[in-house]
Design a protein around this ligand. Structure first.
Ligand code: FPP
Length: 223
């Protein structure tokens, strides 16, 4: 959701207004992606590093997330959306943690689009947590393979992302789905997240379709 802050600053508004607008944008993005046939969507909302932002911004983001979960879950449920949280819950306020758990429980059996919400998420943290659980489970190191490992990640229920769209002109990975993005395609755009329109999402998917995914192999006949 890169660019929320700049969107607000450009308009002489507090950064939190940009985040508020960014939350509004999620609904349109989700609806557009659903109509384009996408089955799994992940929103990177709050990273393990975002705790380092000014306290009032962090508190504002927590409260925006809480309100969004409280207000949007029913409608998402009616639209058959499965909501899954990716990330740590230990550092969240108990009320927020409870709301997130309720939303997951309510929508767990839904069969439409899966909406993964990465909140207090970090790719390195996810891998560390997986390793800890693998050790605790006493797995045989020689039997551990990639397929087994992926089941210890927060995203065990979703396939690896085919396409990662990064808004706001950033060209970094920023600790996002480090394991899962090994062969993801990237689409970078200078568009700020609150300005992201359905037409650009269609363009991103069009660009993705035109790419040739080789997964480290050689293209062409006989490959
Ligand atoms: C990135 O923009 C956005 C964030 C770090 C926070 C986004 C999270 C929310 C709006 C909370 C609610 C979330 C959900 C899923 C309902 P930025 O601040 O880095 O923008 P900038 O690059 O312009 O500074």
């Amino acid at each position: 959701m890169d660019g929320n802050g700049r969107w607000a600053v450009e308009r002489g508004l507090p950064r939190l207004e940009g985040h508020r607008e960014g939350v509004e944008r999620i609904r349109v993005v989700l609806e557009t992606l659903r109509s384009l046939g996408v089955e799994h969507v992940t929103i990177y909302a709050f990273s393990t590093e975002n705790w380092g932002r000014p306290q009032d911004e962090v508190e504002g983001l927590m409260s925006l997330f809480f309100v969004a979960v409280e207000e949007q879950t029913r409608e998402l449920h009616e639209r058959n959306v499965r909501i899954v949280h990716l990330g740590k819950t230990a550092n969240l306020d108990p009320e927020l943690r409870g709301a997130v758990e309720d939303a997951q429980r309510l929508t767990a059996a839904n069969t439409g689009i899966t909406l993964n919400v990465a909140f207090d998420y970090g790719g390195r943290d996810e891998i560390l947590q997986a390793v800890r659980r693998i050790i605790r489970d006493g797995l045989d190191p020689d039997a551990l393979d990639e397929e087994t490992f992926r089941h210890y990640l927060f995203t065990a229920h979703s396939p690896d992302p085919d396409l990662i769209i990064r808004t706001g002109g950033e060209q970094r990975i920023s600790n996002f789905l480090l394991w899962q993005s090994a062969y993801s395609e990237y689409y970078h755009t200078p568009t700020l997240w609150p300005d992201l329109l359905p037409a650009e999402l269609e363009q991103a998917l069009e660009a993705y379709r035109a790419r040739q995914r080789r997964y480290g192999k050689v293209a062409g006949p006989g490959a």
